[in-house]
Design a protein around this ligand. Structure first.
Ligand SMILES: [Zn+2]
Length: 546
């Protein structure tokens, strides 16, 4: 068999380790890098002229969330066109596998609301997931985490009580099976049900299963606002007691900038004491999530769309939903839900009014126009369909009811100076897109990092930004053949023009592809050129090594 060679000539190579850029050629044979040097004598069957461009390892998206989207479109242009070559899926406790007929009925809508895409049939474990991916063929390499939410709903349904021993054993067995198939760890999303209903003790027991597989614990922690320090400490404790590494997902201090120094010091102290702790982040001051998934109770989200709408206009049900939604809101500001009866509605409305000024609604489930793209406070004040509701919390619930629980939001919640930049500069923090409907990071995360935070604002050196996007996530995943441009490593490579690289996506128009990314190679195969996806499906499923 003849192995095709590709030579990338004359580019400024940044190898991904943090070493300064150097003008070098890169020779690729088949799917791997054969040599890197100042002038390589071999000709190469294909020549890529990289004069004036930077040549870097393909980006490893530590927080990819492409699970459901990839099933609908295995080419994942939103990732490939911004230079991502490996996507970590299964984040935040939510994914398409493991799942059963019953769990999809209860949890399918949450999955679709949070991740986008269409419902898929049940996939019982990661062995089956990887078979399906291989049959389809896909452009990205995929590394999967096992989502705790899926496991719990499969075994416990929407029961919110702690799991008894036999159920816990059942959950452990599912996790063990998925890890044996090659998943890299377990993720939790502790602000969404059922994660929000799961005790720390139960999570520690599950995390112990990770140890034998060399897996790590990734967590969207229980509180990213006022309770963020306690929430990160919970994640550190789970890692410590289970004896496994910890990845804090999309690290932030939301509407709590003052906590940032302590947040970073808490993680650094754990690292200094020998804990294997890292974190990821996206380079934007706005977060994004499903408003329904964080406010509404799990039993309500388990209903189909029209059923949910009906339940939320039923007067008897309304009282229960109000009570539970208020409890969920109070948890975010670290007030015990048991205080909810003492808090006047007027005060709740006042707080929601303040928050709503910072929120843009990016997508809704039902209304075709007049809602998406607007600020939440404007919708609550002027939407004629909500005029009959009294306070802002009733209006918010009525909006959620009308939209069948599906309201995606972007929320401006961090100071760039006080929170985003200090987190970005922390050496243990890597980059992940946290791909989600309605947020520009989905199409523009890495160009935003390089264009805005390296070139325009000088926050990071280019070499450090590339390290955070390549070899750092590779080391979290313990990949020994990706994330660095070095002979013997897989040829996942990106070239870009530092002068023109730019995230073009916005909160109003979030699906615009970036500028400046010139070539994207996945396993040696040219997959995108000058912003055009060439439809190659050279991605593979990566499997964790024990
Ligand atoms: Zn998350």
């Amino acid at each position: 068999m003849v192995i095709e060679t590709t030579k990338i000539t004359g580019g400024l190579v940044i190898d991904g380790t943090g070493t300064p850029a150097r003008k070098m050629d890169v020779l690729i044979a088949g799917d791997a890098i054969q040599s890197v040097g100042e002038s390589i004598p071999e000709k190469g069957d294909v020549i890529i002229d990289a004069a004036g461009l930077h040549v870097v390892p393909g980006f490893i998206d530590m927080h990819g969330h492409s699970d459901l989207i990839i099933m609908g479109n295995p080419l994942c242009p939103e990732k490939i066109l911004q230079g991502v070559t490996t996507d970590v899926v299964g984040n935040c406790g939510v994914s398409i596998a493991p799942s059963t007929e019953d769990s999809i009925k209860l949890y399918g809508q949450v999955i679709v609301n949070v991740m986008g895409g269409d419902k898929t049939p049940p996939i019982p474990d990661h062995g089956k997931l990887f078979e399906r991916l291989a049959e389809m063929g896909h452009s990205l390499n995929i590394a999967a985490l096992v989502p705790q939410g899926n496991i719990r709903v499969s075994v416990m349904g929407i029961d919110t009580t702690p799991a008894p021993k036999d159920k816990l054993d059942e959950m452990k067995a599912i996790l063990d099976r998925c890890l044996s198939a090659g998943a890299f760890g377990m993720s939790t999303g502790l602000i969404y049900p059922p994660g929000s209903d799961t005790t720390t003790g139960e999570l520690i027991e599950l995390a112990k299963v990770l140890k034998d597989h060399g897996g790590f614990y990734a967590s969207h922690v229980r509180n990213e606002m006022k309770g963020v320090i306690d929430a990160v400490e919970e994640a550190l404790r789970i890692g410590r007691e289970a004896g496994v590494g910890v990845e804090i997902s999309h690290l932030k201090a939301a509407m709590n900038d003052r906590a940032t120094p302590k947040l970073l010091a808490t993680i650094q102290a754990a690292r200094d004491a020998g804990a294997d702790v890292t974190a990821d982040m996206y380079p934007y001051i706005a977060g994004a999530t499903s408003l329904g998934a964080i406010i509404l109770p799990g039993w309500l989200l388990a209903k189909s769309g029209p059923e949910l709408t009906r339940a939320m206009v039923d007067p008897a049900m309304k009282k229960r939903v109000y009570d539970e939604a208020l409890s969920n809101l109070l948890r975010f500001v670290k007030i015990s839900p048991s205080f909810r009866h003492f808090i006047p509605r007027a005060f709740v409305s006042f707080v929601i009014g303040l928050l709503a000024k910072r929120v843009i609604v990016t997508k809704v489930g039902v209304s075709k126009e007049g809602v998406a793209g607007k600020r939440l406070d404007a919708i609550l004040k002027t939407d004629p369909g909500l005029a009959n509701e009294k306070g802002l919390i009733d209006k918010t619930l009525a909006l959620l009811g009308r939209e069948q629980g599906d309201v995606m939001i972007a929320m401006f919640q961090e100071s760039e100076e006080k929170t985003l930049i200090p987190i970005m500069k922390a050496p243990f923090v890597m980059i992940g897109t946290d791909n989600i409907i309605g947020h520009p990071r989905t199409w523009g995360c890495y160009p935003q990092l390089i264009g805005t935070y390296v070139r325009d604002k000088g926050v990071l050196t280019l070499e450090e930004a590339i390290r955070k996007s390549t070899s750092l996530p590779a080391s979290r995943l313990r990949l020994t053949d990706r994330g660095i441009i070095r002979p013997g490593y897989k040829a996942d490579i990106v070239t870009f023009d530092l002068a023109t690289i730019k995230d073009n996506a916005t909160y109003e128009n979030w699906t615009l592809p970036p500028s400046g990314i010139k070539h994207v190679l996945v396993n040696g195969k040219l997959t995108a050129k000058d912003g055009v996806h060439l439809k190659a499906r050279a991605g593979v499923v990566l499997r964790n090594k024990k």
